[in-house]
Design a protein around this ligand. Structure first.
Ligand code: HEM
Length: 461
């Protein structure tokens, strides 16, 4: 503990910072006052405003006692860069995350450090390689199905659950080799029990993270039953992957047949230990479950309220006529990239790293910092990207060795869906008077969805 305190102090001194201010606890022993206030803020969907208020009051780096453990909250780019890149090897997240998800899963890419983590990273690399990312063919089918679900009579629709289905369909396709096909109406009911169970597993995980070392207090039969449902489904995919590997003697026939990498098949070539495979695939599926859908939903939440941005976006996309939307075409659409960047500025929960002490980095706080982004930091302003080339001040996917391996995939897929959308619809109007409010769950989901009216384009030529 002493060494780590010293280390934290050293980092702070290196960057000319003072010792962090301390949260004035009423309960200095366990910090239960702080813990309760956080829980209450989350229950009232006030977690983000509360976090903003705390940074404003105690500074961009401050210290709390979180259930008996020293926790440093920071929104300073230098500290984030130091922990996740410059001094990467001095920090780890295994002590904090290990065991927290058991019995849901054990070891995987985002719960380990060191050799196991390096091995897991190498395992996922081919799936997220540039050539796979550029393969937009398989997403096209899912987007076509999404459009079939949208009303043609101008009635109201909520885009948020539809985007969730879209990215669940596409991610199960490339992670498990089999799409859930939630956008096919007759399949939806069957998969809903899995989705509900999976979401309850995530809810339980969030609770256990908040409980920290007191997680033994978490007793919830529904959580255990939900884990069972998820395991049964995932085990079926695992059985199939192992069978195919055995049938083809581990050849690349599978990849050839599927016309792309399927992550589970790649993993099954390395190990056929079913429990290991289950943990590995769940720890990739978990961050992939909803994050892309929420990022895109949040962009549409703004677009529905900012017709001038939508119009400009549409003008840019229509310049390309009916040309096939390739990786390169999408990259060349500057304004579309700015809109997605601006969406990324709003997103993603804070993340933890710990070595004795815990550092909790607030990307949201960093991305809203007026000292970096100017007076309009909290506004949606795609034009700011004309000038800005931020590095550690803009980290929606983090940076350094643990950067999100799916970053290019997410950006390309979101660009593709956005471009298809603006080609198809001339206007999008919000019919929801509520401001964007974070839902009470892991990630940045809109509490009130994205309820809109869509006006189809007569012709986009
Ligand atoms: C908008 C969408 C996404 C955002 C903003 C995002 C952001 C991030 C961030 C900030 C991290 C590092 C923090 C942490 O460890 O918790 C991370 C890690 C990770 N993400 Fe993503 N992510 C997104 C989508 C995805 C998707 C779709 C997948 C997979 C299909 C994915 C897979 C992973 C994995 C496996 C890690 C762990 C990497 C490691 O520990 O080495 N992410 N992501």
């Amino acid at each position: 503990m002493w060494t780590v305190s010293l280390f934290v102090s050293t980092i702070l001194k290196q960057h000319g910072c003072e010792e962090p201010r301390k949260y004035p606890h009423k309960d200095p022993l366990l910090g239960l006052d702080y813990w309760r206030a956080q829980r209450e803020a989350a229950q009232k969907s006030q977690w983000l405003p509360t976090s903003k208020r705390l940074f404003a009051k105690y500074g961009k780096t401050y210290e709390v006692n979180n259930l008996g453990q020293r926790m440093i909250h920071t929104m300073e780019p230098q500290n984030i860069q130091s922990v996740w890149a410059t001094n990467f090897n001095s920090w780890g997240l295994q002590p904090l995350r290990e065991g927290i998800a058991v019995p849901f899963f054990n070891h995987g890419i985002n719960t380990t450090d060191g050799d196991f983590w390096r091995h897991s990273r190498a395992l996922v690399r081919p799936t997220f390689a540039r050539i796979e990312v550029a393969n937009l063919g398989f997403l096209e089918k899912h987007v076509d199905r999404l459009f079939d679900q949208l009303p043609i009579d101008g009635s109201t629709t909520d885009l948020q659950p539809l985007f969730s289905c879209l990215f669940l369909d596409s991610s199960t396709d490339f992670l498990f080799g089999e799409s859930m096909n939630l956008l096919l109406p007759d399949q939806r009911q069957e998969c809903m029990s899995f989705i509900k169970a999976f979401d309850y597993c995530l809810y339980g995980l969030g609770h256990r993270v908040r409980l920290g070392s007191l997680r033994f207090l978490h007793r919830d039969k529904r959580w255990l039953a939900s884990i069972q449902v998820v395991h049964e489904q995932v085990d079926q995919y695992i059985e199939k992957a192992i069978r195919s590997i055995r049938d083809t003697n581990g050849s690349d026939e599978l990849a050839k047949k599927a016309d792309r990498y399927v992550l589970l098949n790649e993993m099954a070539k390395q190990t056929q230990d079913k429990l290991d495979l289950r943990s590995q695939i769940l720890t990739v599926f978990m961050p992939g479950r909803d994050s892309t859908a929420h990022a895109l939903s949040n962009v549409f939440h703004v677009l529905a309220r900012r017709p001038e941005v939508y119009k400009k976006l549409r003008e840019e996309v229509l310049l390309h006529g009916d040309a096939k939307l390739t990786f390169e075409t999408l990259r060349s659409m500057k304004y579309l990239q700015w809109v997605l960047n601006e969406g990324g500025k709003d997103g993603k929960s804070p993340i933890y790293v710990r070595k004795g002490d815990t550092v909790m980095a607030s990307m949201w706080g960093l991305h809203q910092d007026r000292d970096i982004w100017g007076e309009d930091a909290a506004e949606f302003n795609p034009e700011r990207w004309h000038e800005m080339k931020p590095i550690w001040t803009f980290v929606p996917f983090l940076g350094g060795p643990r950067t999100c391996p799916a970053q290019q995939l997410v950006l390309t897929q979101n660009a593709y869906v956005l471009a298809r959308f603006v080609r198809e619809f001339e206007r999008i109007e919000s019919i929801d008077p509520n401001p964007w409010t974070k839902a009470r769950r892991i990630g940045f989901q809109s509490k009130f969805g994205v309820k809109v009216k869509l006006v189809r384009a007569v012709s986009h030529n």
